[in-house]
Design a protein around this ligand. Structure first.
Ligand SMILES: Cc1ncc(COP(=O)(O)O)c(C=O)c1O
Length: 379
């Protein structure tokens, strides 16, 4: 096994995490929905203006809740990017839906909004978009098409917390939106997520689904005198220990985002000339997007060039990694009848994209080392 001097990712505590974990233990409430969970919910509702925020055990689980809330059933179709993490799709496939894969734009790597219309059929029950690398999709066009066809939009905002599109926070456009607090994300509690509910009609049922199909949340608010089984559901509440960690991370929002902005901008400035000379390209941030500074990637001229750069960096003890493999060409995707050429931009980008080390504790010296190592190589 290779050991890397500079890893791709490293989870880090930023301030009050240990103190808040100790406080959660002292509170004697370690299951979900205690004081720290409520603090996180209140923070998201106040800061982002979502009607309801519910912490979950992962973004995957928040997506599963979204599929349940939208009543997805066998035979339904859900439009999803092929260039995404498997959970964006699996959550709907679990309910029996057929994934209808949409290609991405070659500039932002977000869903190509111009292709949505032709993929909508009478069976389309949801459109799910991913704000790749925390850069907003063209939500005006996505929502306009969706509204015209009365199809709900779900935002998989795993990368994009605090990013904005046309001045509005990502995660506040779709009727439902999902977040990830996995350790690779800007704000983490190890494993965790959240469901943001922007359409209030889903709030009551979301609380029930998250609480094993019971009306326990209403019971705790004194709205019913006992709680019971009222719907389908599962256990999607994270423990208070995780919520305590997340609270501490959210409190350090300015510090974390400023650090990540600095890392991103340093890469962008330092690699511009090398990219131009080597037929590579840097991420493109449209003027109407405030990105979330989640990731820095390069798009290299070919798969062969990417392999050479990965190997070169590996020899220097630096771990760089590629990202999603096209889901439409995965074994499951092929069972749905998808073939090479169905999402050509996804297929091309997937072969050529390389993510550079990016984490809150990356030092200036480490970053300078990464940059000079890249600049040594001519592709
Ligand atoms: C776009 C996207 N959606 C969902 C997920 C799943 O997140 P989680 O690990 O919190 O379930 C990921 C994971 O990185 C992701 O990249």
């Amino acid at each position: 096994m290779t050991s890397y001097r500079i890893p791709f990712n490293r989870a880090s505590f930023v301030g009050n995490e240990h103190a808040y974990i100790a406080q959660a233990i002292a509170n004697g409430h370690l299951s979900g929905d205690g004081a720290f969970t409520k603090q996180c919910h209140a923070y998201f509702e106040a800061e982002l203006g979502v009607a309801k925020a519910l912490l979950t055990t992962s973004c995957t689980h928040a997506l599963e809740m979204a599929a349940l809330l939208l009543g997805i059933e066998p035979g339904d179709e859900v439009i999803v990017p092929s260039f995404t993490f498997v959970s964006t799709v699996n959550a709907f496939v679990l309910r029996g839906a057929k994934p209808v894969f949409i290609d991405i734009r070659s500039d932002t790597l977000n869903v190509d909004e111009r292709q949505i219309e032709r993929l909508i059929t009478p069976r389309t029950k949801a459109i799910t978009v991913v704000h790749y690398a925390g850069v907003g999709c063209a939500m005006d066009a996505v929502l306009e098409t969706a509204r015209r066809h009365h199809v709900p939009v779900v935002e998989d905002n795993a990368h994009g917390l605090f990013g904005k599109y046309r001045g509005q926070y990502l995660g506040t456009f779709g009727c439902l939106a999902t977040q990830s607090f996995h350790e690779t994300k800007n704000f983490t509690c190890g494993e965790g997520g959240a469901l943001f509910i922007n359409d209030p009609q889903y709030v009551e049922r979301a609380e029930i689904i998250r609480e094993k199909g019971t009306n326990r949340s209403r019971f705790f608010r004194g709205q019913v005198d006992k709680y019971t089984w009222v719907d389908v559901g599962s256990s999607y509440l994270p423990s208070e220990i995780l919520a305590a960690i997340l609270c501490a991370q959210l409190e350090a929002r300015q510090q974390i985002q400023a650090k990540r902005q600095h890392i991103w901008e340093t890469y962008a400035v330092a690699l511009r000339a090398w990219a131009a000379a080597n037929d590579a390209r840097l991420p493109l941030i449209p003027a109407d997007c405030d990105q979330a500074y989640h990731m820095f990637y390069l798009i290299l001229p070919s798969l062969e060039a990417r392999t050479r750069l990965i190997e070169h960096l590996k020899c220097k003890g630096i771990l760089s990694v590629f990202h999603y493999l096209p889901l439409h060409l995965s074994p499951v995707g092929q069972q749905y009848g998808y073939r090479p050429g169905d999402c050509p931009v996804t297929e091309s980008v997937s072969d050529r994209l390389l993510r550079l080390p990016f984490y809150n504790e990356l030092t200036s010296e480490q970053q300078a080392d990464i940059i000079s190592s890249i600049c040594e190589l001519s592709l």
